[in-house]
Design a protein around this ligand. Structure first.
Ligand SMILES: Nc1ncnc2c1ncn2[C@@H]1O[C@H](COP(=O)(O)OP(=O)(O)OP(=O)(O)O)[C@@H](O)[C@H]1O
Ligand SMILES: [Mg+2]
Length: 366
């Protein structure tokens, strides 16, 4: 197996051959492909096969970091650079010195960070937030995205000069439905992995289940297949491994339009269950293409879902700070299900995501 990358199909062979060619160089790599196709796995394989392999591989999900914090996260900050910067903090570029930095979902970087990243790629230097001196850096940059960056350039959301700097060596990950011949191998690999963890053993794979797994379109690609196998290993009590058919037929497409309208027309208790299920399926991830927002098909009124959600979170956070009369009654972490002791308003994830904060404020007594 090539660095834990399972598969022998021609589209995957071509990816593996590109990994072998580029690994030894110091060139920037841009990995594109749908969610769950293995972009991070490929980035790690490039690092492991490079002469930087003994140094750090630092992975940054650009969509998961709030926009106002991303520069400090990447480049670090000096003591006193902003409120709360009580001491100097090293950024991810400094932590990756001599190694590789993986910028996942690079298409989500705000404009000012794109400029700073361009400077790193061109001049190999950056400044910490609040710092005055430039810091030299020797870090290989591998970026990934499942956005169409060329369309983002046309829309004025992504700098073309940065795109060309990153796209020195493009690698495009095929969707799982474009390499169905790899599915039996992947199924076997994941059954083995999860059965060992669960202390179970399976002698055979149910033929009907395998046919189903091979014909399903896998919108969530290998991550989705992996999750289905993990779940099936847990519930399967016989030596003949099988998959519950309803799990596949009910899977929503990530980009199904107008799901939010359906979602938000439901009762708050149903909304909560649906949103919590989506969050749990996405490992608690809200933002980005594999986050709960995308899974639920939350529309993008301006820019990306991540932007939209972070705006909701800000509205929510400012409502929380309105509780200054008494101690803040909710925090984003444990808001769902909370009943405010002042106004008896019940918070749910849906309440957080919609603009109910205003109603909350007007209905409360402070
Ligand atoms: N060819 C493969 N063989 C074995 N496991 C794989 C393969 N491709 C992906 N995986 C597994 O699938 C999961 C998703 O892969 P990864 O995180 O690399 O996808 P991604 O393209 O970065 O997804 P996203 O766009 O959502 O960030 C991981 O657990 C990874 O180990
Ligand atoms: Mg990824």
């Amino acid at each position: 197996m090539f660095e834990e990358i399972v598969g022998t199909s021609p589209p995957l062979q071509s990816v593996l051959s590109r990994i072998s060619k580029v690994a030894a160089t110091d060139s920037n790599v841009l990995i594109t492909g749908e969610t769950g196709t293995g972009k991070e796995l490929v980035a790690r394989a490039i690092h492991k096969r490079s002469r930087r392999s003994s140094r750090a591989f630092v992975s940054v999900n650009c969509a998961a970091i709030p926009r106002d914090l991303i520069a400090s996260e990447l480049f670090g900050h000096e003591k006193g650079a902003f409120t709360g910067a009580t001491q100097r903090r090293l950024g991810r570029f400094e932590l990756a010195e001599g190694g590789t930095i993986f910028l996942d979902e690079v298409g989500e970087l705000p404009a000012e960070t794109q400029i700073a990243l361009l400077r790193v790629l061109q001049e190999h230097e950056f400044e910490r937030v609040g710092g005055t001196g430039s810091i030299r850096t020797n870090v290989r940059v591998i970026a990934a995205t499942n956005r169409d960056l060329e369309a983002a350039i046309t829309a004025g959301m992504f700098r073309s000069d940065l795109f060309y700097r990153l796209n020195v060596f493009p690698i495009e990950m095929p969707a799982l439905r474009e390499r169905r011949e790899d599915i039996p191998l992947l199924v076997e690999y994941f059954i083995d992995r999860y059965a060992r963890k669960a202390g179970k053993s399976f002698q055979t794979v149910n033929k009907r289940s395998l046919d189903l797994l091979q014909s399903y379109p896998w919108p969530g690609n290998i991550r989705e297949l992996q999750n289905v196998i993990e779940r099936s290993v847990i519930v399967c009590e016989t030596e003949n491994f099988s998959v519950d058919e309803s799990w596949l037929s009910r899977q929503p497409r990530a980009t199904e339009p107008n799901r939010e309208l359906g979602l938000f027309k439901r009762l708050p208790s149903q909304e909560k269950a649906i949103i919590e299920a989506a969050l749990s399926e996405c490992g608690g991830r809200v933002y980005g293409p594999s986050g709960a927002a995308a899974k639920l098909g939350i529309p993008r009124p301006r820019g990306t879902a991540a932007k939209w959600l972070s705006k909701r979170h800000r509205t929510y956070a400012s409502a929380t700070s309105q509780h200054s009369g008494h101690s803040p009654c909710v925090t984003p972490k444990h808001a769902a299900g909370y009943v405010c002791s002042v106004c008896r308003f019940e918070w749910s994830y849906a309440n957080m995501w919609r603009s109910r904060t205003r109603r909350h404020r007007t209905s409360s007594r402070w």
